[in-house]
Design a protein around this ligand. Structure first.
Ligand code: TMP
Length: 203
């Protein structure tokens, strides 16, 4: 049986990592093979593209193309083969991030993103997308408290992340069957419980 493809989305600082760990533990405890991966990245070529994307200044069109180049490689080399052998794939970000960041945040045309999506992926899409929703102010405080070096996305500020958040919420409203929106400012146990309930109902 084909595995399931789950993507994790949300603005920077929404706390995706901790919850992803709990979800993986839950799946493994049920005997499911889990492939954890991320975008940009997930393949040797994709990780090189990631270095460029996170460290170099570039035009929004250039970065949109690079995100899709990384994604095309990722789907062909990692995601599809894993799903076909029955593994579940958990990707930290996927195409919704390009709609949210490049289109919503930076004003890239949504039509162009859609054209690239059709070209590189056809109808391939996640089975479930968990959206970690949080106010940008709260997310920013979390990032500051972490004290890590900010990459060029994290330096973009609260107005930018408000647009990104709104774009994610619009994507979720347009695809209600695929999205699970969790309130990422809630207690971590509550968030974990919501995710576990949804995923368990599939198992
Ligand atoms: P990460 O910090 O969650 O690994 O993601 C790297 C950054 O790349 C993050 O700020 C979101 C951004 N990003 C986009 O702008 N567009 C995309 O399509 C993807 C996948 C990530």
């Amino acid at each position: 049986m084909r595995g399931r493809f789950i993507t994790i989305e949300g603005i920077d600082g929404a706390g995706k990592s901790t919850q992803t760990e709990s979800l993986i533990a839950l799946l493994k405890a049920r005997g499911v093979e889990v492939v954890r991966t991320r975008e940009p990245g997930g393949t040797p070529v994709g990780e090189k593209i990631r270095e460029l994307l996170l460290n170099e200044e570039m035009d929004v069109e250039t970065e949109t193309l690079l995100f899709f180049a990384s994604r095309a490689e990722h789907v062909e080399k990692v995601i599809r083969p894993a799903l076909e052998r029955g593994a579940w794939v958990l990707s930290d970000r996927f195409t919704d991030a390009t709609y949210a960041y490049q289109a919503g945040g930076k004003g890239m045309s949504g039509r162009r993103v859609e054209a690239l999506e059709k070209w590189t992926l056809g109808d391939f899409a996640p089975d479930l997308t968990i959206l970690f929703d949080i106010a940008p102010e709260t997310a920013h405080e979390r990032l500051a408290a972490r004290g890590v070096d900010e990459d060029r996305f994290e330096r973009l500020g609260v107005d930018f992340f408000t647009r990104v958040r709104d774009a994610y919420l619009e994507r979720a409203a347009a695809n209600p069957a695929r999205f699970l929106i969790v309130d990422a400012s809630a207690a971590p146990e509550k968030v974990a419980g919501e995710i576990a309930a949804k995923v368990t109902s599939w198992l």
